[in-house]
Design a protein around this ligand. Structure first.
Ligand code: SAH
Length: 248
């Protein structure tokens, strides 16, 4: 991301986006543009739809409350889709919002809440998850919005696991070894990666035993301290992006 415009307002809109096209914003977006950001007729904004790259568009006021956005030109092409899944036990509100936002910033392409034996929270607001994912993408210049899935029991999420996708399991019980060294041998592998982080209560012994026996799975330590689950997710995604993913 060498020359990236961090000053313009960026909005996620329903595509497709093409030169000469016009997007009609919803009420919330119109309110945001006119009343919060105080944009005027003719001001420029950036738009993305998750598939068509990033576009410059001009504000066209339509009365006092409505806005149309006239598409001018593509300013960044859609990058190749990342392929990093995050499986995580759902957390309470603020931590959950944080985890979703940070995971998107870190380049997670799919967010899958999983219910484990010690997970306290069974219900997940998938709409809210998606709103957080979009907001993070808007703020950070991410052009592909992570897929947000409904929660599944861990066993179900692992059933029918795509062959070859490496599951990087954050194991708070693992002997503290350098995770970069543990992951390095998997560099250059195709098939994609996934990170699995447990709930605040940790994985049960049965779950740990089951995960250690699985094919295409590697356990990593995140150092000698026990991290909160939201911190662990960000730390693990950083380690994986740096050793196997798009930080290289
Ligand atoms: N209550 C548990 C900690 C759970 S922390 C205990 O005391 O053991 C929540 C999740 O974050 C864990 O299940 C694990 O996936 C991850 N995690 C936290 N600290 C970690 C560490 N040092 N190494 C690897 N994973 C860690």
């Amino acid at each position: 991301m060498a020359s990236y415009d961090f000053t313009s307002i960026r909005l996620f809109v329903e595509g497709p986006l093409a030169a000469g096209g016009e997007i009609e914003t919803g009420r919330d977006q119109a309110n945001y543009l006119l009343n919060v950001m105080r944009l005027a007729d003719g001001d420029a904004v950036l738009l993305f739809d998750g598939a068509s790259g990033e576009w410059r568009a001009r504000v066209r006021k339509d009365g006092k409350k409505a806005v149309r956005l006239a598409l001018e030109a593509q300013v960044r092409p859609q990058p190749p889709a990342g392929d990093l899944w995050l499986l995580f036990a759902p957390l309470k509100h603020a931590r959950f919002d944080y985890l979703v936002q940070k995971a998107v910033e870190m380049g997670a392409s799919r967010l899958q809440p999983v219910i484990t034996q010690h997970t306290q929270i069974a219900r997940v607001n998938t709409e809210r998850m998606r709103a957080n994912a979009i907001e993070a993408a808007e703020q950070c210049g991410v052009l592909a919005v992570a897929e947000c899935h409904d929660p599944q029991p861990l066993a179900k999420a692992l059933d029918g696991w795509p062959p070859g996708r490496l599951l990087v399991f954050c194991d708070e019980g693992a002997a503290s070894a350098n995770p970069v060294e543990v992951l390095a041998p998997f560099r250059g592998r195709t098939g994609g990666f996934a990170v699995l982080v447990g709930p605040e209560g940790g994985f049960s012994q049965d779950e740990r035993a089951m995960l250690h026996k699985r094919a295409d799975t590697v356990a990593i330590s995140l150092g000698p301290r026990i991290l909160r689950a939201d911190t662990a997710a960000v730390a693990a995604l950083a380690v994986v992006q740096a050793t196997l993913g798009d930080w290289r």
